[in-house]
Write a protein that binds this ligand. Sequence first.
Ligand code: PMT
Length: 222
Amino acid sequence: PEPLLLQGKNVIVTAGPTREKIDPVRYLTNHSSGKMGYAIAEEAASLGANVLLVSGPVSLDAPKGVKLVKVESAEEMYGAVLDNYENADVVIKTAAVADYKPKIAYDHKVKKQPGEQVLELARTKDILLELGKRKTKQVLIGFAAETERLDVYAKGKLEKKNADMIVANNVTNEGAGFGTDTNVVTFYKRDGSATELPIMSKREVAAKILKEASKLLKDDQK
Ligand code: PMT
């Protein structure tokens, strides 16, 4: 029988949105359901990997055989991923991490005031960027969620974040992106290739991504 593609490999997958606190009753977030990341975690486990799934708040159950670490904010996700990075063989950053958080997180509910309000924002830590800087043996796969110029932005992220592959999706396309059971993705790799895949289920996309990951692992071992 054929050996499992990722047998014994340590795979970290991030999934879902992050929540950036405004006060005890309010937060900033996005539309990520976690479906894409959970599908990757489930598929990786079925291929024999030891899977750590670092997930923002979603309403999905942890796939069987996957270790789940729940986080809320970008800061917490950063901590959970970096803590486990050294021993990871593959890291797949599917999570829709907030780029900004409220500059101040209030301990008490902010009361309504007459007139308009301005919410000041501060940058969050860029997890993928940091992983790229600290990369030793890891195969690093990022995502790019775009609404225009997929090609330019995805290639930019590949370079800037020192990733081995970027999985790009135009989230305005039918059947792609947030919340759907399907996705439409293009793989951008460091050899300059761009491979556009047809619409398929997120589980099928997961299988394609993991096949690439195992190829990239083998390339590294040469
Ligand atoms: O969860 P679903 O409903 O199934 O939807 C799937 C999805 C649309 C969330 C997924 O397919 C996807 O595109 N995920 C990436 C979303 C995103 O945040 O993309 P981005 O282009 O803003 O970020 C680029 C990369 O940097 C991503 O790998 C992201 O995880 C990472 N990042 C971003 C910001 C930050 N502070 N730290 C990061 O690591």
